[in-house]
Write a protein that binds this ligand. Structure first.
Ligand SMILES: Cc1ncc(Cn2c(C)c(CCOP(=O)(O)OP(=O)(O)O)sc2=O)c(N)n1
Ligand SMILES: [Ca+2]
Length: 522
């Protein structure tokens, strides 16, 4: 009879979950033993890095990804990265080893006490099988739940279950699919609303890029000559940011969103929660006379929105349905807006000079993983991103995504250039990703913007009138020396010509470029 481990490996192989991101403890070794050919184990030196890499890989491939963490301590280390994966709706399947059943209650060492609650409320489905024979079905449930809900799941398995022998298992042949098309009446109603609106506007969320709808969104906006905003706090770019119909990224304040949408009478939101506000800016949720319709495939996003109407449906089916129902409209007075001249720094480079150098030197299909919290405005002023999968940002604002996710995205998009643009503060939360990048010779460029401070917090301190706060200065970090310690070649640049020269070379493996920059405001 086959072992639980054999059945589980077979199931994972059939579902294509053959790349495992992990950091093992003794509880995990019996699962990892005898991995079949074709499986790849990617070791991260900290569980936050493991989950960050898996999140980047899942977003890059659009596939569920298996993660293997050590019981309580390892799973706990992953919580920060997990907040981002929840809001990027990444289908991660987190697995963790557990003590043998008889040792859990007495809380022996490495017992994951109350394991199914540990990762809640972040993980969606979370389980621990009640007997070895239920491990394969539980694993299948964890995988299908992650795929269907597009939310991380968590499975804890006592380490002596894997060697148990069980009958062949019908779960191996299971498939689960999801269809969320709106009905004809819903599409007719939405088309009528759009066609009769005086001044409609499209607000697109990161899910449009995650779901591979980037081009269809452009076609629809052009077909109807609709102005397009990106929903606040985007973790992906759903629309070309220099397109003539592009109006910008909506600010993350209630009152400021309304101000930007003033004059529109219909706000159609596709693939975004309504909305991911950040700084508290009181005001009306919508401008006078405006109505809002949200289309999302996440019932939770639909249920928690503070205003408007929601349709739980596939945004792709809605785009196709509206394209089929609505006639083309002549474009209004729009024109391509070229990038402005980059602002310059006095004692160091301005972030806009760094971003302009990236735009001028990197291939047009470069994928950027960005975690530099005070340079957002500079970024959107200087970048010209026209392709799907061009931009990845920590979806819950949890730092420690950038360095690992740049590695994960590069592994998930082989042959596509990948650049991590990381603040000197953020870099420290996932810095051990450098070791994994060197170990697996991942071709990725890390550009570290060193301004010696937690710049975004300095801006928030002014905003909140708490300018005397401690803990925002981080002088003296030498990322070239740190990178060398992890095996990644590194250079430091302080002038724009040197930066161009460095960026024009093509790496065969990982490299780090540290750039001294001036502080700017988000
Ligand atoms: C895990 C974690 N810890 C702390 C923070 C708080 N935080 C911190 C510490 C920021 C400063 C980041 O500094 P940086 O150097 O990466 O970028 P800037 O200097 O451009 O702000 S922004 C921010 O929200 C966070 N978001 N996530
Ligand atoms: Ca900084």
């Amino acid at each position: 009879m086959p072992t639980v481990r054999r059945i589980a490996h077979e199931f994972l192989e059939r579902r294509g979950l053959t790349t495992i991101f992990g950091n093992p403890g003794s509880n995990e070794l019996p699962f990892l033993a005898g991995l079949p050919d074709g499986f790849t184990y990617v070791l991260g030196l900290h569980e936050g890095v493991v989950v960050g890499m898996a999140d980047g890989y899942a977003q890059a491939t659009g596939r569920p990804v298996l993660v293997n963490l050590h019981a309580a301590a390892g799973s706990g280390n992953a919580m920060g990265a997990l907040t981002n994966a929840v809001y990027s709706r990444s289908p991660l399947v987190l697995t963790a080893g557990q003590q043998v059943r008889s040792a859990i209650g007495l809380e022996a060492m490495l017992a994951n006490v109350d394991a199914t609650q540990l990762m809640r409320p972040l993980a969606g489905w979370s389980g621990e099988p009640s007997c070895p024979g239920d491990v394969p079905r539980s694993l299948a449930q964890a995988v299908f739940e992650a795929e269907l809900q597009r939310r991380p799941t968590y499975l804890s398995v006592p380490y002596d279950d894997w060697s148990a022998e069980i009958d062949d298992n019908p779960v191996l042949d299971r498939t689960v699919r999801r269809g969320l098309s709106p009905d004809e009446g819903q599409l007719d109603d939405l088309a009528r609303r759009l066609d009769t609106a005086r001044n409609p506007v499209l607000v697109l969320g990161g899910d449009i890029d995650t779901l591979g709808l980037f081009e269809r969104a452009v076609s629809f906006a052009e077909h109807r000559a609709l102005p397009v905003w990106v929903a606040p706090s985007p973790h992906r770019l759903p629309f070309p940011n220099r397109h003539p119909l592009f109006r910008g990224v909506l600010p993350a304040g209630i009152g400021s969103v309304s101000a930007e949408l003033d004059g529109h009478d219909l706000v159609l939101v596709l693939g975004a929660p309504v909305f991911r506000y950040h700084q508290h800016v009181p005001g009306p949720f919508l401008p006078e006379g405006a109505t809002l319709v949200q289309v999302t495939d996440d019932p939770g996003e639909a249920a928690r929105a503070p205003m408007g109407e929601s349709l739980v449906a596939s945004a792709g089916a809605v785009l196709d349905g509206l394209l089929a129902r609505l006639p083309a409209r002549e474009p209004g007075e729009t024109a391509f807006v070229p990038n402005p001249a980059a602002a310059t720094g006095e004692r160091a480079l301005h972030p806009e000079q760094v971003f302009a150098a990236l735009r001028e030197t990197q291939p047009a299909d470069t994928a950027y993983v960005v975690e530099s919290t005070s340079t957002n405005s500079a970024w959107w002023r200087q970048m010209d991103l026209r392709r799907p999968g061009s931009y990845f940002w920590p979806a819950a604002g949890g730092l420690g995504f950038g360095m690992p996710a740049a590695v994960g995205v590069a592994m998930g998009l082989p042959g596509r250039p990948v650049v991590g643009v990381i603040g000197d503060g953020s870099a420290n939360y996932g810095i051990t990703a450098l070791w994994t990048a060197a170990r697996y010779r991942v071709p990725v460029t890390f550009v570290i913007l060193r301004n010696g401070t937690y710049g975004a917090l300095r801006w928030f301190a002014d905003l909140l009138g708490t300018t005397d706060v401690p803990g925002t200065e981080i002088p003296g970090l030498d990322f070239a020396a740190i990178a060398a310690g992890y095996g990644v070649p590194a250079t430091t640049v302080s002038d724009v010509d040197d930066l161009h020269a460095q960026l024009k070379t093509t790496p065969t493996g990982p490299r780090l470029i540290q750039v001294d920059t001036e502080l700017t405001t988000p």
